[in-house]
Design a protein. Sequence first.
Length: 172
Amino acid sequence: MEFNVINLFFNLLPALIVALVSVYFFSQYTKNEEGRRRFLLHKDNQKTALPLQLQAYERLTLLLERIAPSNLLLRVKPFSDDKDEYERLLLKTIEQEFEHNLTQQVYVTEECWNVIRTAKSATVSIIRKTSMNEKVTTSDKLRETILRDLMDHQTPSDAGLSYIKKEVAEII
């Protein structure tokens, strides 16, 4: 009886080893196939997502160009000499441009979107700060002062554009 149990054990041992090795290789194969399927799905998604992402970066580039103080001041002309009225017009134009592109945040990184928001806020701040200057009394003086002050400095839009270019270079 004892001999039969030991003999049975030695006869089943190779089958047990083959079964364990088979289970191991089958699980590895399954993991590999799952990874392959995920890769192919990701690759297919990239074909449709990448053009949308690039389009979002293009639109955000256009936004930054349109709210850049030099471009904004040339495009949006004052209706009168009232600097406060002109300030409100500039700020309203910036807000409209920004709101028009709000949905683009879905396609870009959170960090990129934060850079865009910061550029917009900094531009608004520049306009408000310049308007509060006591030496600025007319809308034309407001335009002139903003442009003169920005000649020596990088604009918020320039910083945002640099960031967008860096991020696009990483995804292409």
